[in-house]
Design a protein around this ligand. Structure first.
Ligand code: SF4
Length: 259
């Protein structure tokens, strides 16, 4: 798929980001979460609405590189109970994070209570479950549900059906691994009103299959692949308020670059 923009310059010797933010935990407390954005090979799925590829490399980094990024980043971050490791792809994609690195990382985050990673639903399988068994903190897996709009999901190039998402969720929950869903607000080919409607429907679907935490993400124009129109801030507010009012789990709005 041709892209009209180019990647940013990033280096495998350094995580692409390391910062802290507060978030409501499933226990009802607002607590600090450390967040590390690792630098690694681009995700192979190439969803049309995704812009995470901009901060990725074209090649697989050597074993140990990502673990070192995480170790260095951890040293720069304050103490916290919860850690998010986001790699602009899937934590269990070995092209992105080599297997030995995942276990090395597990070894030096034993003090954390929770580890949150992002994974494509198709990559939820034995390596994920083995890692969860080895890991000291509670594992939470974030997966992109994106949208339940039947006219849009197949066009996102996500290589995922709602059945795939439900199967992955069930498999995780059966093993006591927590699940959060990323839900897009206003995908390509949706009007503002359709975006709101389908984001709410996506929260309904996620919660109906046992997802405890939903994060609503407004799409961002300018990914160079497909035309996107950023939703209005009030639309994000409306969708998140809708989800919270259901009192069926946590619902966050990720304001990213929204004014
Ligand atoms: S699976 Fe996630 S990271 Fe990979 S291209 Fe799709 S949205 Fe982007």
């Amino acid at each position: 798929m041709q892209r009209l923009t180019v990647k940013n310059v990033v280096t495998e010797s350094k995580a692409n980001g390391a910062f802290s933010e507060s978030e409501l935990t499933r226990n009802g407390n607002v607590e600090d979460h450390n967040i590390i954005l690792t630098t690694n090979k681009e995700c192979s799925f190439r969803c049309v609405m995704c812009d995470l590829w901009k901060n990725t490399l074209d090649y697989r980094v050597k074993d140990g590189a990502v673990a070192k990024q995480v170790k260095d980043a951890l040293n720069s971050l304050p103490k916290a109970k919860h850690l998010k490791l986001y790699n602009a792809g899937s934590f269990f994609d070995r092209q992105s994070i080599p297997k030995p690195d995942t276990f090395e990382i597990a070894d030096f985050i034993q003090e954390y209570e929770t580890l949150i990673v992002e994974v494509h639903p198709k990559l939820i399988s034995t390596p994920c479950f083995e890692f969860a068994d080895y890991l000291q903190p509670q594992l939470e897996v974030a997966m992109g549900l994106e949208t339940v709009d039947p006219d849009v999901l197949p066009r996102l190039n996500k290589s995922m059906t709602l059945d795939d998402f439900e199967r992955a969720t069930t498999a995780l929950l059966e093993r006591n691994i927590f699940v959060r869903a990323f839900i897009l607000l206003r995908t390509p080919w949706q009007t503002e009103e359709e975006g709101i409607y389908w984001a709410k429907a996506s929260i309904d679907f996620a919660q109906s299959i046992g997802v405890e935490c939903c994060t609503v993400i407004p799409t961002r124009p300018g990914n160079g692949t497909v035309e996107l129109t950023a939703p209005l801030p009030e639309s994000l507010h409306e969708v998140v308020e809708y989800g919270i009012a259901k009192k069926n789990g946590r619902v966050f709005g990720d304001s990213w670059d929204l004014e």
